[in-house]
Every structure is written in C-alpha cells, then in structure tokens.
Design a binder for this molecule. Structure first.
Ligand SMILES: Cc1cc2nc3c(=O)[nH]c(=O)nc-3n(C[C@H](O)[C@H](O)[C@H](O)COP(=O)(O)O)c2cc1C
Length: 171
C-alpha cells in the first residue's frame, strides 16, 4: 500500500511536523508539505489552473492512503489545508479524470493542537469536513488522531494515541 502524508501547517518544522515525523518513522510513506507549493484560493473561473495545484494533485491521486496532517487554528483546519480542499473542486469541474482517481482510495487525518482538553472537545466537529469530503469523493475514511504539543517533545499519551491510530489505518 502506497501511503502519503500531506502536511498543511503555517510552519515547516513546527509541532505538526514533529507529529508527522513520528508517523513517518513508523510507516514507510511519502511526504508532501503544502508550504512548498503555490496553491491559490479557489477561483470559479479557474484563472489559477496553471498554479501548482493540478500537477500536485495528479501525484496525490496515485496513493492508496492519504493522511492529512493539520494544526488546529481557530478550532478548525489550517488555512493552507482548507485552501487545498477548496481547490479539490477543480478536480470535480475542470479535471474530472483526476478527481475520479480518488474513488476507492483511503483518507485519514491527524491534527495537532496545543492543549489536550481543547483538541478532545472539538474533535467531532473538527473531523467532519474530512469525513464528509471523503464520503463525497467516494473515498473510505478510516479515522483520525488528535494530538497536542504542550512541551517540546511528544508526550507518552500522544505517542500511545499515534500508535493506536497507525495500527488502525494500516490494518
Ligand atoms: C493562528 C493560530 C490559531 C490557533 N488556534 C488554536 C485553537 O483554536 N485551538 C488550539 O488548541 N490551539 C490553537 N493554536 C495553537 C496550535 O494549534 C498549536 O500550537 C499547534 O501545535 C501548532 O502547530 P504548528 O507548529 O504546526 O503550527 C493556534 C495557533 C495559531 C498559530
């Protein structure tokens, strides 16, 4: 199974990246940082069709399991990740053959906040756009993990949750 992690944080080597690195140590998978690409906001007239989104998406749709990794920004996914999801609309309108390749593929999500209580409290609402988008795109949604970084290192509890998540999405 070909696995890809897509990171959508405002910083390349921040907390979300520490979580992503841990997952990468456990799983043989590829990594994409959305910060390395120019992906502009969705445009109804597709005037941005020549930015990095469509070529990147053509690579992404070749994977079997796609894990989205986002920090919690204002109780929701990061702006960079939301812009990416908005642009998936291009795969339903101007490049349908790429969008169709997502059908039957698998999606999972990892989020990283700063406090345990906050991330657990918002978890159901936070997950909804991922779960529902997967369903709309004909993808199988296999779950999420809520992590937090209140020190420089990943806590034992978060590691336990990550290990459980990794076991679940790869079984
Ligand atoms: C713009 C912004 C908004 C944030 N909003 C929240 C929030 O709503 N809830 C929360 O628990 N943490 C919030 N945080 C804290 C981050 O979720 C937390 O520090 C996270 O680990 C940062 O990951 P990063 O280093 O990949 O950006 C926010 C941080 C930023 C920069």
């Amino acid at each position: 199974m070909e696995i890809l992690i897509i990171q959508g944080s405002a910083r390349k080597n921040g907390n979300t990246n520490k979580i992503v690195n841990y997952i990468q140590e456990q799983l043989d998978c590829d990594f994409i940082d959305l910060k390395n690409y120019t992906i502009s906001h969705y445009d109804y007239d597709s005037r941005n069709r020549n930015d990095d989104f469509l070529p990147l998406m053509r690579e992404i749709v070749e994977y079997d399991l796609i894990i989205f990794a986002t920090p919690v920004y204002w109780y929701a996914m990061s702006g960079i990740m939301k812009t990416f999801f908005d642009r998936v609309t291009d795969c339903l309108k101007i490049e349908k053959e790429t969008g169709r390749k997502l059908r039957g593929k698998t999606m999972a999500m990892v989020c990283c906040g700063s406090e345990k209580d906050v991330v657990l409290e918002i978890s159901a609402a936070f997950e909804m756009p991922f779960r529902e988008s997967a369903s709309y795109l004909g993808m199988n949604y296999v779950g999420s993990v809520y992590t937090w970084m209140d020190t420089d290192d990943i806590s034992g509890e978060v590691i336990q949750n990550l290990d459980k998540f990794i076991g679940k999405i790869t079984k």
